[in-house]
Write a protein that binds this ligand. Structure first.
Ligand code: CA
Ligand code: CA
Length: 146
């Protein structure tokens, strides 16, 4: 089965995701990005790591970028967090977020799952990397598409 990226998220839903990212980043210096593409032959986490580097997400000052990666054809999903955040969290946290998103995908609640996980990861980032007045938007909030 093949599907188009627009079938996965409508333009309006993309805006909801961008709004969730903006809102999360108001409280943290961490940076969240979402990348969606049709498919991958690699394990999703491996591909997520690759995209993370391609998007230069490794270049944040505090190494606190987090990538949400989706391959829509097979509804594969992974979250890749940079060293700064990864070292201060447990695998349980990321697994729970991943399950949350996949659960919503299986119910065709694509945008709900992503927005919820963005909010929760945002709260985690807020605790570990509080917003500071000199913060800049280091990484675009737009959805990146492969
Ligand atoms: Ca920032
Ligand atoms: Ca950003």
């Amino acid at each position: 089965m093949t599907s188009k990226l627009e079938d996965f998220l409508t333009a309006r839903e993309e805006q909801q995701i961008i709004a969730a990212i903006k809102s999360a980043e108001k409280n943290t210096s961490g940076e969240i990005r979402v990348h969606i593409e049709k498919s991958t032959e690699k394990p999703p986490l491996e591909r997520a790591k690759e995209v993370f580097w391609l998007l230069k997400m490794d270049q944040t000052k505090l190494q606190n970028g987090v990538l949400f990666y989706v391959a829509v054809d097979c509804k594969q999903f992974a979250i890749y967090g940079d060293r700064g955040i990864y070292h201060q969290t447990t695998p349980d946290f990321w697994n729970a977020e991943k399950e949350l998103v996949l659960n919503h995908f299986s119910k065709r609640q694509n945008v709900e799952g992503l927005v919820l996980a963005i909010e929760q990861v945002g709260e985690k980032l807020q605790k570990l990397f509080p917003f500071t007045s000199d913060d800049t938007d280091e990484l675009s909030n737009e959805i990146s598409k492969g």
